[in-house]
Design a protein around this ligand. Sequence first.
Ligand code: PBG
Length: 324
Amino acid sequence: MVFPEYRPRRLRKNENMRALIRETHLSPDQFVSPVFIMPGKNKREEIPSMPGVFRMSVDQLSKEAEECLSLGVKSMLLFGLPEQKDAMGSGAHAKDGIIQRGIRELKNKSPELTVITDVCLCEYTDHGHCGCLIGDTVDNDATLEILAKTALSHAQAGADIVAPSDMMDGRVAEIRASLDEENFDMIPIMSYSVKYASAFYGPFRDAANCAPQFGDRRSYQMDPANAKEALREATLDVDEGADILMVKPAVAYLDIISRLNDEFDLPIAAYHVSGEYAMIKAAAANGWIDGEKVLAETLLSIKRAGADIIITYGAKEMAKLLQK
Ligand code: PBG
């Protein structure tokens, strides 16, 4: 059937008709809202490059969780700004570390919240790399042990899902083994399987104070030019026991989300990262775009590409828009 017999505009006549045939829907059930936990009491600071996103002290977390839950956003992803850093990132697995305290606070006050933790060392190392060093390279195998300890300490504090973001080879298997050994065999691993060495992480590194002090992350994060390698990374994570595969960033890598969704039967998460969020906010603040509409369209594109779960700094805002 071709024009004039077939007219696609017939089904776009009015909003009810359009809603009837809409293929993709956003739901706050599948949003994850990131949060930055900082030392101190009664602290809540907006991150300048990420309007609407706050660093907050542990005592402020449950208020944040209640706000998320009231909007239907049921998961939060935790990042920590520790009091102290050292070469080995030992604050990442401290029993009384900033994240471990945050997890306990959240699980105490809002037990129904799904608490997801970022497992990485870059916020905890004084050099800002995602693992410990030999000379000026990151020591893959020595880092694995520290990551496994970190993930285990999160599970012990009550985390519901651990999400390794370091990009060391073999970390999913190492974390799975250490969780299982301590009877945390029901804690899923959401692996940052395909994490690119991206300039879109800029605002995050300011927010979490974790920019590398020398060099960059290109010896462990992926080259933005590569797509076949993404499938290889994801295959390794599946074989090592990942439960959810993540692609990061999201918007600049929609093709990768789509390919993973075609090739794998595990749930796919996409991380709409700090720079992708900041660009929308900056343009909207200038009056150059309609920020709400662009946020909605952006998250829809991520979903349409094949993501099930969307991690976004706009989770609460989008959830409010969906209620309208
Ligand atoms: C830690 C980590 C980073 C992000 C999430 N986990 C920073 C990085 O790898 O440099 C970035 C998130 C964002 O930009 O929103 N490794």
